[in-house]
Design a protein around this ligand. Sequence first.
Ligand SMILES: Nc1ncnc2c1ncn2[C@@H]1O[C@H](COP(=O)(O)OP(=O)(O)OP(=O)(O)O)[C@@H](O)[C@H]1O
Ligand SMILES: [Mg+2]
Length: 263
Amino acid sequence: MAIVSREASFQLTVKEVSVSFGGIKAIQDVSLGVRPGQIYSIIGPNGAGKTTLFNCISGIYHADHGSILFDGVELIGMKPHKITQLGIGRAFQNIELFKGMTVLDNLMSARSFHMSYGLLRAAFYLGSCMAQEAQNRDLVEDVIEFLDLQHVRKTPVMSLSYGMQKRVELARALAMEPKILLVDEPVSGMNLEEREDMARYLIDINEEKGVTVVLIEHDMGLVMDLSETVTVLNFGMKIAEGTPGEISENPEVIKAYLGEVHT
Ligand SMILES: Nc1ncnc2c1ncn2[C@@H]1O[C@H](COP(=O)(O)OP(=O)(O)OP(=O)(O)O)[C@@H](O)[C@H]1O
Ligand SMILES: [Mg+2]
């Protein structure tokens, strides 16, 4: 009888990952497993190491120790664009858009990660390159429609409200056709209506497009509503993992957030 390990059921496995900056241990021995199709949240106070963990998964930082597997492939040591091509998309905490460019051009430039041709190939196989360009445009138009961005498609990003820029940042990540989407504080700085819209979009991306979502967020309402599993980091260490209900009653988690234990 074949033995199926627990790890085999994970799409993303983080195993004992540690990162230091000088003397500061930003992350220490963090492990977690995300199953395909989940909405999985990572929470914790400011400076807990949440974004650093995303930076390790995306290849922006190199872990000092540990392993990060995506569909069984080791990501540590891989270049960020390779990791993107494997199917890991990222919406950044600090919006990473070309502010002077339109929404449409930002999304088209995100697609350039997926272009398989170089200049030489473009010179000899113009037809296939043009077909790929058309495919990219179709995909971008689909993302624009999915996230209700039609009315701003020709607007420079810098002219948009902050909340709308966050939505375009999500669109940029989605335009890379991720299998798994890392979303870092998607509702920070948003008003209530924008938060509700963003929650809806994340659910739709997960349910309709079948994309696994890993969410970092300080908005506990959003985390509790959306997540199947929550991991809590504090001072770079994982202090808890469980369902939203389990996490909200965990004394160590309450202490990390409030500085006291409610009995
Ligand atoms: N490039 C870097 N150089 C030096 N220190 C860093 C670097 N990146 C992160 N750190 C440090 O690592 C720790 C974790 O930072 P990180 O940004 O991951 O926290 P966070 O949990 O995302 O916080 P927040 O909720 O405020 O976004 C902090 O002490 C931070 O100063
Ligand atoms: Mg952060």
